[in-house]
Design a protein around this ligand. Structure first.
Ligand SMILES: [Zn+2]
Ligand SMILES: [Zn+2]
Ligand SMILES: [Zn+2]
Length: 284
């Protein structure tokens, strides 16, 4: 299994284009892995996590075509994770040739919000209609938290995120070919029911990807901070949720409180985790 990070920033990207703070200035000077687009990830070449606003730029910059993508796991409807115009631009009506049918997987709440936005702002029909399936070359799949489902070769379980109450935000465990990945953004501290489900289903991850919106000097609130990531990493290791050789990566990194990549990566290494960057490809 491969995991490609298409974006690793929080909602405002990093550097924030309008900002002169120390972290943004440092990231602009250093470039490379310090330049972060809004969060999304690609598993192998056919599973996209989040139809985010920067996936086109990511595809161009990191040389990863999205033309084999058959599945999209949507975490939630916040604008830094969901740009519905991609559904139009990848459709045959926009001249797209040869794209497979896209299975779009999301919670009921996310689908309802997406449908409202799509019909109001982008097209004259509902995303949940048969017209949408026909015109957009896609299929909607409503998923439930804590129920497993399969998408082709992938076995997936969704967990309720501690984020955006009422929006049905989800975190995902994805397993294929004997490899397991946990994708955990956006969220604050994981709910106890998520830890229980890890135990109940004997989940052991090769790679865990966690929200790291807030930096080492900050307290977490609606998202995780660096110190909360460290606490989660320690608990995952002590409870055997991470395989002994498993790796933990930070993503969804905001300019407020997080330094540019090299300095943040040094902090993370010292505390037992790693910092993802845009274009990073993990082979598991
Ligand atoms: Zn976000
Ligand atoms: Zn800034
Ligand atoms: Zn969010």
């Amino acid at each position: 299994m491969t995991v490609t990070f298409l974006g690793t920033a929080a909602a405002n990207a990093f550097p924030e284009a309008f900002c002169r703070c120390r972290n943004c200035a440092q990231a602009r000077t250093l470039g490379g892995p310090s330049l972060r687009k809004r969060s999304a990830a690609l598993i192998n070449n056919d599973l996209l996590i989040d139809l985010g606003p920067d996936i086109m730029a990511a595809s161009h910059m990191h040389g990863c075509s999205l033309n084999d993508v058959r599945y999209c796991l949507q975490t939630h409807p916040h604008a830094d994770h969901l740009d519905l115009s991609h559904l139009l631009s990848r459709s045959p009506a926009y001249g797209v040739v040869g794209a497979p049918v896209l299975g779009f997987y999301a919670s009921r709440e996310t689908l309802e919000r997406a449908a409202e936005t799509f019909e109001r702002d982008l097209a004259g029909y509902s995303l949940l209609s048969s017209e949408a399936e026909k015109y957009l070359n896609f299929e909607i799949h409503q998923i439930q938290p804590l129920e497993s489902f399969t998408m082709g070769a992938y076995s997936v379980m969704a967990f309720p995120a501690n984020h955006a109450p009422g929006m049905g935000a989800m975190l995902y465990a994805i397993e294929a070919a004997g490899c397991a990945v946990f994708y955990g953004t956006d969220t604050a501290t994981l709910f106890e029911q998520t830890w229980q489900a890890f135990r109940q289903h004997r989940m052991r991850f090769d790679v865990v990807i966690l929200d790291h919106t807030y930096g080492p000097e900050q307290a977490g609130s609606d998202h995780l901070s660096a110190h909360q990531v460290i606490e989660h990493a320690n608990r995952m290791r002590s409870e055997g949720v991470l395989v002994p050789s498993g790796r933990i990566f930070a993503t969804h990194i905001a300019h407020e409180g997080n330094s540019a990549h090299t300095e943040l990566a040094t902090f993370a290494k010292h505390h037992g985790y790693e910092v993802a960057y845009d274009g990073l490809v993990l082979t598991i």
